[in-house]
Design a binder for this molecule. Structure first.
Ligand code: NAP
Ligand code: ZN
Length: 348
């Protein structure tokens, strides 16, 4: 079937209206009429070729909420009318060590929601679109508590931003008594503040300016520090058990590593083009670790949605039309979106 979308035709071209061909739903597929699609900074890195060459035209978008309008004959988990979500991946090999332990996000041949070769050799196209067809195993259920017209668009960023922060916090046992720092309070970071606070942790936001102080406190941060002030990080020596870095640009890690307690972990979530620069001495003193984490499994994404519904957590969003995508990309880069842009999919 054909469906309306927005696509980039080159790394330096604006996104423009396009038509996509979606496959007819196979036995295990669901057809979803998309209602909302979030704009993640990863969409911008990808369409602009910052992570390497991609094939154009490319429709990005991996924070997707919509309604099931058709199901394949063997689909058992979803029915027409269900409100569902799709995140960053739409299939995996189901055989590699990662798939076998239920961590398909680390599958050696994971099929990303866009810009990836699908199992039928076509290229996947993402959520800036009216419809998408996805294997039911890669679809999650949006809890009823998030279905109201004001909450549903705001729940959309949970599909990437939410799970990307939730998964490492669960893995490193964030909870009461944990001192968490979240670096960068954009789309990922602000949802992270809400989740960490709901988990009972003590939350510090490290932001590059003072502008987001009031919002950080509203989201549940206990402390806020602006890293543009060179005095800030030296005053926070050995404060944190875990640092979650969501910054989309490269940072000097040594100053941040000094703020970790002994045995603390710095978790890299941001994906700048440049490699991380980590001085050896900043790790050995205090047996510190630098780790990375990428989204989360489908099961964990469902768990995260249930957690967020239970705690009333959604993103703070700006609802935009498709025509505003290109201007909004510039605002994401300038950190002026508060705090995630979500596209009304009826405007594609
Ligand atoms: P975003 O909304 O643009 O937020 C990034 C934040 O980083 C900004 O709000 C800003 O926060 C800070 N920042 C930006 N430029 C900076 C600079 N030059 N110096 C210092 N701080 C700067 O982006 P996002 O959608 O949250 O994504 C963040 C990063 O995570 C991107 O690189 C994205 O590709 C990546 N990502 C990774 C995963 C994963 O699975 N690991 C998943 C999704 C996204 P302050 O104003 O508070 O400083
Ligand atoms: Zn994302």
């Amino acid at each position: 079937m054909q469906t309306r979308a927005y696509a980039a035709t080159a790394s330096d071209a604006p996104l423009a209206p396009a038509t996509l061909e979606r496959r007819e739903p196979g036995p295990h597929d669901v057809l979803i009429e998309i209602t909302y699609a979030g704009i993640c900074h990863s969409d911008i890195h990808t369409v602009r070729g910052e992570w390497g060459q991609v094939d154009y035209p490319l429709t990005p978008g991996h924070e997707i909420i919509g309604t099931v309008t058709q199901v394949g004959e063997q689909v058992s988990r979803y029915h027409v009318g269900d409100v569902v979500g799709v995140g960053c991946m739409v299939n995996s090999c189901r055989m590699c060590p990662s798939c076998q332990i239920g961590q398909e996000q680390y599958c050696t041949s994971v099929v990303w929601t866009y810009g990836s070769t699908d199992r039928d050799d076509t290229m996947t196209q993402g959520g800036y679109s009216r419809h998408v067809v996805v294997n039911e195993d890669f679809v999650v259920s949006i809890p009823a508590a998030l279905h109201s017209p004001d909450l549903l668009p705001a729940a959309t960023p949970l599909l990437c931003a939410g799970i990307t922060l939730y998964s490492p916090m669960r893995y490193w046992n964030v909870g009461p008594g944990t001192n968490v720092a979240i670096v960068g309070m954009g789309g990922l970071g602000h949802v992270g503040v809400r989740i960490a606070s709901a988990m009972g942790a003590h939350v510090t936001v490290l932001s590059h300016s003072h502008d987001k102080y009031d919002d950080a406190v509203t989201f549940g941060a206990h402390r806020f520090a602006a890293t543009s002030d060179p005095e800030t990080l030296p005053k926070l020596q050995q404060e944190f058990d875990i640092i979650l870095n969501t910054v989309s640009a490269a940072l000097d890690l040594s100053a941040y590593l000094a703020t970790l307690r002994p045995n603390g972990v710095f978790v890299e979530l941001g994906l700048p083009q440049q490699p991380l620069n980590i001085p050896a001495f900043s790790l050995t003193g205090g047996r510190k670790a630098v780790a990375g984490s990428g989204i989360g499994s489908i099961a964990e994404t469902q768990q995260m949605l249930d957690f967020c519904a239970h705690h009333g957590i959604t993103a703070q969003i700006e609802l935009i039309t498709a025509e505003q995508i290109n201007d909004t990309y510039e605002r994401v880069i300038n950190s002026t979106v508060r705090y995630r842009a979500v596209i009304d999919a009826t405007t594609f």
